[in-house]
Design a protein around this ligand. Sequence first.
Ligand SMILES: Cc1ncc(COP(=O)(O)O)c(C=O)c1O
Length: 356
Amino acid sequence: MASLWDNEGREYIDCGASFGVANLGHANPEIADAIGAQARELVHVGPTFGTAAKARFIEKLLGVSPPNLRRAFLSNSGAEAVEAAIKFARASTKRKKIVAAMRGFHGRTMGALSATWRRDFREPFEPLVPGFEHVPFNDAAALERAVDADTAAVILECVQGEGGVYVADPEYLPAARQICDRTGALLVIDEVQTGMGRTGRLFAIERWGVQPDILTLAKALAGGVPIGATLTTEAVESGFQGSHNSTFGGNPLACAAGSAALDFVVRERLWEHAEALGQEALDRLRGMASPVVREVRGLGLMLGIGLKDKTTKYLQARVIAIGGGSNVIRLLPPLVIRRDQWRAALDAMERVLAHG
Ligand SMILES: Cc1ncc(COP(=O)(O)O)c(C=O)c1O
């Protein structure tokens, strides 16, 4: 369901999916049933014990992930998935430097925040973790200059979400792969926001034909239940020395919800719906006459409307949208949104954007 109601019973079309979490909508009965059944059996045991729920989920997840990724570490959020990626990269390569992109967002814990670009997110908490460097996004030459024999990893998003919905150029991620191969750095692709069908593929990276060494997932992965996943190659794991763990990571409740969410996405091929509705929206929004719209960008149901103005006054229709960067309206509806609902949301967006 892509509708939400406020405390006075007014209905809203959700085009934010709670920051890209509710890909399967709200109160999805298959997720609710899976949570209920698992809760009656076993809610939690610590990560030293394997459970059937965890084994099932990891098998399903690796079954649909890029084929070189054979190991999964489970945690509870996107930031934790990124923290694990940074730690695994440093421990496995025995190198220190991490290269990230300007406008990139990777979370708000100290390591993930060090990879995040925005100054106002970072400054109050400095000093951050040393060894991070930022280069302009979509500039392969700048990446090449920054990555060297001390670089543990390059971390990139396929579509920068929080940064304002900027899509990687077709040649950028293949170039990043080559730069990493040449220098021995690992390529970390952060799909916390783009994963699980959002961009018109199950994983956005499929569009670039690139295999990352590490892939991070969270948000929609368990149908709304907190989870994070850091997928790696066997080579990364075998180079890893040290220990990393999480008390709640891989708990049976989240894993049962994760299995139900994956089954749902794959059975319904939700990425195809995202691709079709996203393309329709891009065509329509790009053709719209508006004095305030500067540019419309996106992939699948991850859309950004860049404005010449602040976004706040345009976020008031009965459509829940979210900001991205300072002047970008971000549309991330549940992937189960009906076509008529999506068209109604676009009608409302067009109405508010028709006047400056
Ligand atoms: C690409 C990306 N990475 C990491 C994160 C952090 O995820 P969380 O808020 O679950 O810690 C986000 C959150 O928006 C994200 O978009």
